[in-house]
Design a protein. Sequence first.
Length: 131
Amino acid sequence: TTAGGALNYDFQNSGGENTDKLQFRIRTVDDDVTDPKSSDWAYSNKYILDNKAPTGDQLVMTPSGYTTQDVEFKFVAKDPTPGATGVVSITKPADIDALEENLTTGVCRYKVERNGTYTLGLEDAAGNKGN
């Protein structure tokens, strides 16, 4: 609030958390008691609210049972926020060979040569991390 007037502001998220874009609006208000006036609302650009970690799903391993061969696994990396830019990086242990890592489609294929538990890290453009 300023002397002789006020500043109104708020933000709108019409679709709820992570379902739409966030937008700010602002206007001035003259607090003249006899003839109050307000300016029109001025709107900001719309922004995507992205606070969900990326995920990997549709995991397929070949071969799927016991084997003495190398194992290939495939999954799809996804950013669960509608309209977000998607997964921008994948980190993996050094002993995993990347056969395909397409961040545009999210399709990723890797090969491992030894038994073990392997964790891959996913990061989206907003900096959210998942694995």
